[in-house]
Write a protein that binds this ligand. Structure first.
Ligand SMILES: Nc1ncnc2[nH]cnc12
Ligand SMILES: [Zn+2]
Length: 357
């Protein structure tokens, strides 16, 4: 079902494509096996105590049905070592997906609400990130995401605590249940974060209306929008997003599993690319949605018969839209140019596959 005359990019080439992952919840990388291992290690009895029963819970009808399980499973994260092990497991899988830079969100309020010290979560994650470049070849950025279904006061308190402890965070995000919790709830939080020199992103337009995307830009001053797929419903907003080249961190497998879109074939990403939007591909909560960033690329490339130039465009967007230092971006863009030379659209069909296999 090729839509172009160019050869479809080979899955092995997609894995070697140097890319950045900008939308990733570290708690959403807790694989069922690790959940059970940590539960045993910490003497915790889970409501779903076997792998089989736990796996049966991974059928979601919407965002909230997923969030219920996501928050429940966090109960196994108790010590710094738990947070570090979870983070290292993600980095290993991200490396296998060709990720060279990762921007990792965590939910500090969700852990504080369970009585876990902020420093436990921060230090555990940070310990794994500290050796990420040496161990996995992945540079990283840590983002504190605030729960939009909690109050702004709670978010401000936690942000102040993170600043006071000099937590190694580069930015803030806004996640959890979207509808009914508009960006306008968090104006003071984003103002404070901007004053503290933090980079700004927010989930918007996942389940919520296009007006939430507009409000995140206008009221919160975000530099990036996480998801943003419902922006396509508003032509004027799309024009603005194209004009300003606002990065949209799209998560195809997540959108299908949470029923934001009916099927992968109905996903608006191809339409977004054609419109000239600055989109990239991410995994969101890969342990819950059927795959890491490589699987997201594979599924979309197969569904839409993407060529190497489309893969290169998406990877380039991810690198350029990252919060990485300019020197790191330049190095990754140079790697991408090398990949492009090896896998470019002027390549004979099959040549890329032969090189990779
Ligand atoms: N996809 C998602 N949307 C909103 N909040 C989240 N928290 C973790 N994953 C999320
Ligand atoms: Zn998300």
């Amino acid at each position: 079902m090729s839509h172009t005359s160019e050869p479809t990019v080979h899955p092995a080439a997609l894995l070697s494509l140097p890319k950045a992952e900008l939308h990733l919840h570290i708690e959403g990388t807790l694989e069922p096996e690790l959940i059970l291992e940590l539960a045993a290690r910490n003497g915790i009895t889970l409501p779903h105590p076997t792998l089989e029963v736990l796996r049966e819970q991974y059928e979601f009808s919407d965002l909230q049905s997923f969030l219920d399980l996501y928050y429940a499973n966090m109960a196994v994260l108790i010590t710094e070592a738990d947070f570090a092990d979870m983070t290292r497991a993600y980095l290993a899988r991200a490396r296998d997906s060709g990720v060279r830079h990762a921007e990792i969100m965590f939910d500090p309020q969700a852990h504080a609400a369970r009585g876990i010290e902020l420093s436990t979560a921060v230090n555990g994650i940070a310990a794994a990130l500290a050796s990420s470049e040496a161990e996995f070849g992945i540079s990283t950025v840590l983002i504190a995401a605030f729960l939009r279904d909690e109050t702004e006061e709670s978010a401000l308190e936690v942000l102040e605590a993170l600043l006071a402890m000099r937590a190694p965070i580069t930015g803030i995000g806004l996640d959890s249940a979207e509808v009914g919790h508009p960006p306008s709830k968090f104006i003071r939080l984003y103002k404070r974060a901007a004053e503290a020199g933090l980079r700004l992103t927010a989930h918007a337009g996942e389940e919520g209306p296009p007006s939430y995307v507009e409000d995140a830009l206008n009221l919160l001053g975000v530099e990036r929008i996480d998801h943003g797929i419902r922006a396509v419903e508003d032509r004027i907003l799309v024009k603005r997003l194209v004009r300003e080249q606002v990065p949209l961190t799209v998560c195809p497998l997540s959108n299908v599993r949470l029923r934001a879109v009916d099927t992968l074939a109905a996903h608006p990403l191809p339409q977004m690319i054609s419109a000239g939007l600055n989109v990239c591909i991410n995994s969101d909560d890969p342990a819950y949605f059927g795959g890491y960033v490589g699987a997201n690329f594979d599924a979309m490339a197969a569904e839409f018969a993407w060529d190497a130039a489309t893969a290169e465009l998406l990877a380039g967007n991810s690198i350029r839209s990252s919060f990485a230092p300019d020197a790191r971006k330049d190095a990754l863009l140079a790697e991408l140019a090398e990949w492009s030379t090896a896998h470019g659209t002027d390549l004979d069909p099959g040549q890329g596959a032969a090189r990779e296999s």
